[in-house]
Design a protein around this ligand. Structure first.
Ligand code: TXA
Ligand code: MG
Length: 318
């Protein structure tokens, strides 16, 4: 098992030696390596069992760092970065040559993000290089929001997990790119569409579809528990899905049926931020429980609700 601790100096040394360290962010835990070191980055793909066509986000210590890694920054990108960094926003920008092609899977753009977590920001500030970091889970599985989640699944493959406690956003960053002056959202996430539109105008949401199946960032089946998960109206699903051991993941209300063996309510007060924060640990808990089928309901499709519904749909896609 990996060591879990708060030793930034140790994390720094390991990263400088080209090793991997799991790091906390406000969204989910990342599996980090020196983004400029091809050998170190290769280890990320191996440990995660991640296909090389799925590029990695590069984490920087502050907005000033982006000129080192991107050729040019559109005006709206600057505006959004100024307002929302550090925070759950990843910006795709035309990359400079020093970002290895391995990091971007050969694409021209690099995803840059400044995470909002005090430990990781301190770590980034102490390093002479940015950190490539995907979520710290085996490829396709649910993202980790606590150090123990990382240890459960990757603890035998890495040395150190920097302990930043529980992630307080709980859902991955929103990924945006630009077509001239138009903002395109490639992944809905921890920064709401409404927040982006309030400063950058109407966005286009580039939702994943079967036609995009193998495009980076557009994988349909993702964030998935091992057990079958079905999304819909719980009452209707309970009639249809015959199992004697069902787990129910609900937004606000409780359901009653004999076949329900486990139930998690994401937010009794109907708060979407709270629901987002709890979503992935609730999915893990369901997966590890004795139930053989998970039923989940969508939440209101506003604010972080969009990202929650997106993750539920992807979790249910087989
Ligand atoms: O909140 C987050 O974004 C977390 C934390 C650790 O920062 N990271 C994360 O990374 O979710 P990952 O690798 O699990 O998901 C990043 C997604 C991938 O689906 C990848 O395809 C897409 O971002 N992506 C990364 N770089 C890209 C690029 N240059 N062009 C298109 N998509 C990119
Ligand atoms: Mg991921």
């Amino acid at each position: 098992m990996a060591e879990i601790g708060k030793d930034i100096a140790k994390a720094k040394t390991l990263l400088e030696e080209g090793k991997l360290v799991a790091i906390p962010t406000e969204t989910v835990y990342g599996l980090a390596a020196n983004a400029l070191d091809v050998q170190a980055v290769t280890k990320i793909f191996k440990v995660k069992d991640r296909p090389y066509f799925d590029p990695l986000i590069v984490h920087v210590s502050d907005a000033g760092a982006i000129i080192n890694y991107s050729v040019q920054v559109p005006a709206k990108a600057k505006l959004l970065i100024d307002l929302f960094w550090p925070g759950p926003l990843t910006v795709l920008l035309e990359k400079k040559g020093k970002i290895p092609d391995l990091v971007t899977s050969g694409l021209d753009r690099v995803g840059l993000r400044c995470p909002n977590h005090p430990l990781t920001r301190q770590l980034l500030k102490s390093l002479a290089f940015p950190l490539a970091a995907p979520s710290a889970n085996p490829f396709g599985y649910i993202s980790p929001t606590r150090p123990e989640h990382v240890n459960d699944q990757l603890g035998n493959k890495i040395e150190y997990i920097l302990d930043g406690g529980e992630c307080n956003v709980g859902i991955e960053s929103t990924i945006i790119g630009f077509d001239n002056d138009q903002v395109i959202i490639y992944r809905v996430g921890g920064l709401s569409v409404e927040a982006i539109e309030s400063v950058a105008g109407k966005v286009i949401i580039n939702a994943p579809s079967a036609a995009h199946l193998n495009l980076p960032g557009q994988l349909l089946s993702h964030y998935a528990p091992r057990k079958p998960l079905v999304v819909g109206s719980i009452d209707k699903l309970l009639e249809k899905h015959f199992s004697n051991s069902i787990g129910v993941l609900t937004f606000q209300k409780k359901y009653h049926a004999e076949v329900i063996k486990k139930q998690i309510v994401l937010s009794t007060s109907g708060n979407l931020e709270e629901a987002a924060q709890k979503l992935f640990s609730a999915m893990r808990e369901m997966d590890q429980s004795g139930v053989d089928l998970i039923l989940a309901e969508e939440v209101p499709n506003v604010g972080l609700g969009r990202a929650i519904n997106d993750r539920l749909r992807r979790a249910s896609h087989k």
